[in-house]
Design a protein around this ligand. Structure first.
Ligand code: IPE
Ligand code: IPE
Ligand code: MG
Length: 247
């Protein structure tokens, strides 16, 4: 097991833990600029934060953790930044996959990923294959991911089954649709965290977050700590989730 701060973990009431936490890891660029650094330094620092938060999730035995690493819209950024991020993803997987595996993490990628370089796609396949039988935290990395794009791809998958005569349109249910998404088989998002002060979803997990509790912080992602992650989990435990019903 990764070393852990036992006192920190004790703050979380196991009976009130979310099953699925999703994080919009925002604010790398602003964090860097605020320190007179270039944006890429913020992305590098953000990877360290991710490592710490994954460790905490492992130690808390969280069921699913999904992080937003690169959106379908992020291709609009300058080529130099996109390139930097792609190299960072490759380095991250190369460096971390063995340790993740040793910690029983099961990695998965949400999104298109086919526009990534062959080398990165290879690392993605390799890491998924290495960890496919693991039973610990389901760690989903959303990369070249857009919620609308995912819904369209799911619709296409189901449409092909209808076309093949395997499925009748009236049998397309919420459950079947949910299964056709990249997160198929995982619970819906209970808690959605966004760092760095913006109050929006930015095309993340549109279907899965239908009844998520939202938790926002002004802290930019590179400065986000396991302590603040636990603050969010504790706050989640105090929320009154009604799902449309009455108490
Ligand atoms: C999040 O930080 C990382 C990615 C979107 C890849 P940003 O790069 O969006 O940083 P800000 O929001 O511009 O500060
Ligand atoms: C969302 O952040 C995507 C990721 C964190 C990967 P952005 O920085 O791209 O979102 P906007 O542009 O502020 O909505
Ligand atoms: Mg941003």
């Amino acid at each position: 097991m990764w070393e852990s701060d036992a006192g920190l973990l004790l703050r979380v009431d196991k009976d009130k833990m979310p099953r699925h936490v999703a994080i919009i890891m925002d604010g790398n660029g602003r964090w860097a600029n605020g320190r007179g650094l270039i944006r890429s330094a913020g992305h590098t620092a953000g990877v360290k934060t991710l490592k710490n938060i994954l460790k905490t999730a492992v130690n808390l035995k969280l069921e699913s953790l999904t992080v937003y690493a690169f959106s379908t819209e992020n291709w609009k950024r300058p080529l130099s930044e996109v390139d930097f991020l792609m190299h960072l993803f490759s380095d991250y997987l190369r460096r971390e996959m063995l340790e993740m595996h040793q910690n029983n993490v099961r990695i998965k990628f949400l999104g298109r990923t086919e526009d990534f370089s062959p080398a990165l796609q290879n690392l993605i396949r390799q890491s998924v294959a290495l960890m496919k039988d693991n039973t610990g935290v389901k760690f989903n990395i959303a990369a070249d991911y857009g919620g609308r794009d995912e819904i369209v791809r799911a619709a296409q998958k189901l449409a092909r089954r209808v076309q093949n005569g395997e499925l009748a349109p009236e049998n397309i249910s919420e459950e079947l649709f949910d299964d056709a998404l990249d997160t198929g088989g995982q619970p819906p998002v209970d808690l959605l965290i966004r760092t760095s002060g913006d109050l929006r979803v930015s095309n993340f997990l549109l279907w899965q977050a239908a009844y998520a509790e939202f938790w926002f912080t002004d802290t930019p992602w590179p400065a986000f700590t396991p302590e603040e992650f636990v603050d969010a989990l504790v706050a989640f435990g105090k929320r009154n989730r009604r799902f449309g019903a009455l108490n």
